[in-house]
Design a protein around this ligand. Structure first.
Ligand SMILES: [Zn+2]
Length: 532
């Protein structure tokens, strides 16, 4: 049987789009709790959701993209508790906690910082809603009432699906204590159709201490919120969500997605949205914990990396596979090479999987890759050779002036390569042309010296790096710098590296000879050949 394109496994985003009904209005939702600085892993979900949103539209689905900021959640993070001034705010909703920046609350401060990364990486939800507004305006009141009227059913599902036994008077609503302002510490009972009784308990949760206050209040118009699973359902119902993916970690933090699905079917009598679960994304490596390890938070990484590379980093691996990312070592040159290969794949066939990954990695939609690019590793080498000006060198290589798009692309690579060389590049990738003759030249052997003398004769005559490299191979053979198998020995090129960089490895030796000023090169070769 011949294989038709439909036999092939679909690209993951296409497969999701193909699984959804076409004759309905779709809403894809994503959300964030503004609980502090967001690690880069926190962008995996939004980038996957955005890639799905783009794919759904492209496949002709009628889709709206809704993002909610869950700023009504209580502060429950133990790591925050350790920070100065935060202990007294444990258990309060994020939007009621003061922020590091005057004039903004904690939730707004962190949410705005996170949302600023969206702009940089090209994520554009059509609607952004804040839970403080949704609860405060009363828009979720009928959702809260529905939950309270079905409290028995909620308790039954908690017990059956997740084995959580609640006392029979417990109501699934979290009231904000009128005395201390905490929301995580209150136990609500006795819904009379308008109000609930509540008690702010000292030891209700491990992460915050209640004040002991008892009261009675209408749990509407921003006086209370729903517990996590039920709030999830309320969002699905309120926005008519048909698709919502989520991180494995997030999905377990507030209770399992299974429990929310079960509650939604039983109480709202609706079918929960479809949605894949993405795997963990860990930024790792020992170097991340050192002071050099800037780049761990989403904001820092997005400040350093071009938006396309951030998206590519998060999209190149299937959402179902975990990623360990360590920016140290040769990770970035490899990542960029892979990105370039995907651009080439796109140029060859935009419908190939790699082509699609390239396309979904673009900050600006619907643009084509530029054809002339300089490899990231080459840019890093150029930056370390004082006589090379990267734009001029690139134009020389292209044999034509760079276009505006090519210049921008090169500028991005130059900016990141500088940071890479400073923070993450392995020792062998770093070199600087020594301003005086390196002492290591005293160790050169006679054949190596002979090699340098003969190479010197070509300086200024051969200007093409490839041609110079060829010639260096020939000279090495002529002077006997060969292995027993007749191949050119490493000692030949080591002689050039030692002469210019002072260590036995470096970039392509020929580049040093053709890109540095000829007078300097001949003088240095001369000096090295005579050094003892
Ligand atoms: Zn209280």
């Amino acid at each position: 049987m011949t294989q038709t394109p439909t036999d092939r496994e679909l690209f993951w985003a296409d497969a999701v789009a193909a699984s959804l009904p076409r004759d309905t209005k779709h809403v894809i939702r994503d959300s964030k709790t503004p609980s502090g600085p967001v690690p880069i892993s926190g962008l995996r979900g939004p980038v996957i959701t955005d890639a799905l949103y783009r794919t759904f539209r492209e496949q002709g689905l009628d889709v709206r993209y809704v993002f909610t900021i869950d700023d009504f959640d209580p502060m429950d993070s133990q790591s925050m508790k350790q920070q100065a001034g935060m202990a007294e705010h444990m258990g309060k909703p994020f939007f009621k906690i003061p922020s590091p920046e005057p004039g903004k609350d904690f939730a707004r401060y962190h949410a705005e910082r996170f949302l600023s990364t969206f702009e940089r990486v090209g994520i554009h939800p059509q609607e952004i809603h804040w839970l403080r507004d949704l609860y405060g305006s009363g828009k979720l009141d009928h959702e809260i009432e529905l939950v309270l009227r079905n409290a028995d059913e909620v308790r039954r599902i908690y017990a059956e699906v997740s084995n959580v036994q609640k006392d029979p008077t417990w109501l699934p609503v979290w009231v904000i204590c009128e005395n201390c302002g905490r929301i995580g510490t209150t136990h609500a009972t006795d819904f009379d159709g308008t109000t609930v009784a509540y008690e702010c308990r000292k030891d209700y949760v491990s992460w915050a201490e209640g004040c002991g206050h008892r009261g009675r209040i209408a749990p509407f118009k921003g006086n209370a919120k729903l517990p996590w699973n039920l709030q999830w359902c309320a969002m699905w119902d309120h926005f008519n969500v048909t698709y919502e993916e989520g991180g494995k970690d997030l999905l377990t933090a507030g209770g399992s997605r299974d429990r929310a699905n079960e509650l939604y079917r039983a109480i709202w009598k609706r079918e929960p949205p479809a949605g894949l679960q993405h795997e963990f994304f860990n930024i790792g490596g020992k170097k991340m914990s050192t002071s050099k390890g800037v780049g761990a938070s989403a904001l820092e990484l997005v400040d350093l990396y071009p938006g396309e590379i951030v998206r590519f980093l998060l999209l190149r691996t299937h959402p179902k596979r975990a990623v360990e990312f360590d920016p140290a070592g040769n990770t970035l040159p490899r990542l960029y090479d892979e990105y370039d290969r995907c651009a080439d794949a796109y140029l060859e066939d935009p419908r190939s999987d790699f082509g699609k990954i390239w396309r979904l990695s673009q900050v600006v939609e619907d643009i084509a890759p530029i054809v002339f690019r300089v490899r990231f590793g080459t840019v890093a080498d150029w930056l370390q050779i004082p006589s090379i000006e990267p734009h001029a060198e690139a134009a020389k290589r292209k044999k034509a002036p760079l276009t505006a798009a090519e210049t921008l692309e090169l500028d991005d690579r130059i900016a990141l390569a500088k940071i890479w060389l400073e923070r993450w590049a392995p020792e062998e990738a770093r070199f600087a042309v020594a301003s005086t003759l390196p002492p290591a030249t005293a160790m050169l052997t006679d054949p190596q010296r002979e090699f340098l003398v003969r190479a010197k004769a070509e300086v200024g005559l051969i200007t093409d790096p490839e041609a110079m490299q060829e010639r260096l191979y020939d000279i090495a053979k002529e002077v006997g710098l060969t292995t027993p198998e007749g191949k050119v020995s490493k000692a030949a090129f080591e002689a050039i590296y030692v002469t210019f960089i002072g260590k036995p490895s470096g970039p392509k030796a020929a580049w040093l000879l053709v890109t540095l000023k000829p007078d300097f090169v001949t003088a240095r070769l001369d000096e090295a050949a005579r050094a003892k």
